[in-house]
Design a protein. Structure first.
Length: 433
């Protein structure tokens, strides 16, 4: 009935997530409130691991792209499911290490890692760096030399694949700030350069074609291109790369219109391509990695708000304002992202019309959705936005000095607070005078 199998209607007629009553959680922790279902996250991790094992054997590692949701607790959950993690900043790396995440399963991404971040990562012996450009390659080599270590790397390659997704989250084409391109020879040149550097250990290549991709075909296409590239590296330099990372981007369902492939279908598709290409080019089967972020956490999460004013402008529209908004979920303002919403106190009530759900920030674009079908709403009602587990908390801000909401993790009906609500004191903690 619901978009996520974490959600049910309980005996009180309320919305429940992971077996916990959403209305009771809102009373206990206040609103706005993020709630995530740990069991759902774990089931998704297992789906990835089982699919890869079945289709490819043991020669793989799934890295959770922690930009989707980074907190100490999530690193513990995904570590216990046998995942690695990718980080894109010193802050994500610090959080993972503080959570006790094994450094040997951390990959460092980003198009402009700072010298301090590179040194921090090297000193902590992370697994590898996904190097973006030639400047970074030399910075990494010099820093590794200074520290007396060798940095294991792969290169981020733009395979030139069109991922059929929103322009802002497409990354595989030549006009992207990420990585080096195949079509102009840049990727070839940087590999040649890396092979001359004494403190660099080149292991593989990486690509990430975009995010929220529904079809398996662009992933297979990227895998084919990358395997061909690995073959041409072997032919040209006599050097066989041992690792292939195909990035993240597996799509999920925000609304009923979304129709992504299952995890199994996507995995089967690209692993078949890798096997076929390896045979065709006489390559050993590479160690495969992928980096799902959104698909690991998005469907596990919801956000609960309290409705304040309901402003009906006759002949124009009705604004339903909630006690959060673009500060806890900027995705409608940024991408026009659509979400499903319902009233957790009466989740099966039929919609009585369409409204615009607005946030509480001083910004006209601070909306969570337009033309949202909802039952009659009155001030004081709770309102739930579904599928907010990814790129919500991690993209939240303190615009208008609005404190960030807490995150509650539920598991088989039990709830625990994993991130507390920010206070006004937290907001001024760095103000020195
Ligand atoms: N690997 C790399 C190198 C990436 O750049 C990304 C996402 C991922 C993996 C994970 O992709 P996922 O599986 O989550 O699609 N803020 C945007 C999404 C930005 C994605 C950035 N990179 C949003 O809210 O839709």
């Amino acid at each position: 009935m619901f978009i996520s199998d974490s959600l049910t209607i309980n005996n009180n007629g309320h919305l429940a997530i992971g077996g916990a009553d959403v209305v009771s959680l809102a009373e206990k922790y206040g609103t706005p409130l993020y709630i995530m279902d740990e069991d759902k996250i774990r089931r998704t991790c297992r789906e990835y691991n089982n699919a890869l094992k079945e289709c490819y054997g043991d020669n793989f590692l799934v890295f959770y792209a922690s930009k989707a949701f980074s907190s100490k607790y999530i690193y513990k959950v995904i570590d216990s499911e046998g995942f690695g993690t990718d980080v894109v900043s010193g802050g994500e790396l610090y959080t993972a290490l503080k959570a006790g995440f094994p450094a040997g399963k951390i990959a460092f991404h980003g198009n402009n890692k700072t010298p301090a971040e590179i040194e921090f990562a090297l000193k902590n012996n992370i697994r590898d760096f996904v190097v973006d450009n030639v400047f970074e390659l030399h910075l990494l080599d010099e820093t590794a030399k200074k520290l007396g270590v060798r940095a294991k790397i792969s290169f981020r390659i733009k395979p030139g694949v069109d991922a059929h997704t929103h322009d802002f989250i497409k990354t595989g084409q030549i006009d992207s700030k990420f990585g080096v391109a195949l079509e102009n020879g840049e990727a070839f040149d940087i590999i040649k350069e890396a092979l001359t550097l004494s403190n660099i250990e080149l292991c593989g290549v990486h690509c990430h074609i975009g995010s929220q991709i529904f079809d398996a075909e662009p992933f297979s296409h990227a895998a084919e291109i990358m395997m061909q590239f690995m073959a041409s590296i072997k032919n040209e330099f006599g050097y066989e790369l041992s690792e292939l990372n195909l990035g993240g981007g597996f799509g999920i369902r925000y609304t009923e219109k979304d129709d992504p492939n299952s995890i199994y279908e996507s995995v089967k598709n690209f692993t078949d391509t890798v096997k076929c290409e390896a045979q065709k080019h006489g390559l050993k089967l590479p160690f495969i990695s992928i980096e799902p972020g959104r698909s690991v956490v998005a469907e596990s999460g919801i956000t609960v708000y309290t409705v304040g004013s309901v402003k009906n402008i006759p002949g124009v529209r009705t604004y339903v304002s909630v006690d959060g908004g673009m500060t806890d979920n900027p995705r409608y303002a940024l991408y026009g992202a659509e979400y499903m919403m319902l009233l957790p106190e009466r989740p099966s009530a039929k919609p009585s019309g369409k409204v615009t759900v607005a946030g509480r920030n001083c910004e006209s674009g601070d909306l969570l959705g337009e033309d949202v079908p909802l039952p009659e709403v009155t001030p004081g009602d709770l309102l739930t936005v579904l599928t907010t587990g990814a790129y919500n908390y991690s993209m939240a801000s303190n615009y208008n000095r609005v404190p960030r909401p807490p995150v509650v993790m539920v598991n088989h009906g039990e709830d625990k607070l994993i991130i507390k609500r920010e206070t006004y004191e937290d907001l001024i903690a760095n103000d020195l005078m």
